[in-house]
Design a protein around this ligand. Structure first.
Ligand code: 5GP
Ligand code: ZN
Length: 114
């Protein structure tokens, strides 16, 4: 999709710090870090939200999330937990309409994310 910032990140038109990439997904640091290491996992195929996933697409995308979460956790021994968040629709705080999953490392109950 030409006007989508995440498609532009996939194409390399907008720079990003890549955490993981394969033929199905790209994972990169969120420009606004909720906590250090806050990563977005996006499908390479443009889909606006979770309602557009069929079972096969969901299994391909979701299957990749645990290993990306493990890689982030391995990177920093201070990570004690992780929130995984997927917003769908403006009312649910979705601001970029290319589906994505937030992987938000948690360090303490005062790490700034609630
Ligand atoms: P949403 O609010 O849609 O769930 O999350 C969108 C996320 O995309 C936000 O956390 C925002 O900081 C991030 N974001 C928006 N534009 C860019 C960008 O150009 N580069 C990166 N790395 N993240 C972005
Ligand atoms: Zn897109």
């Amino acid at each position: 999709m030409t006007d989508c910032i995440f498609c532009k990140i996939i194409n390399g038109e907008i720079p990003s710090y890549t955490v993981y990439e394969d033929d199905v997904v790209k994972a990169f640091l969120d420009i606004s870090q909720a906590t250090p290491g806050h990563t977005l996992v996006i499908p390479k195929k443009h889909v606006p939200n979770i309602y557009e996933y069929d079972a096969d697409f969901a299994s391909q995308v979701f299957a990749r999330i645990p290993k990306i979460a493990r890689a982030i956790r391995k990177f920093n021994p201070d990570i004690k937990g992780m929130n995984i968040v997927n917003n769908n629709g403006e009312i649910a705080y979705q601001s970029v309409f290319h589906s994505h999953f937030h992987l938000i490392p948690r360090y303490s109950d005062q790490d700034g994310f609630s």
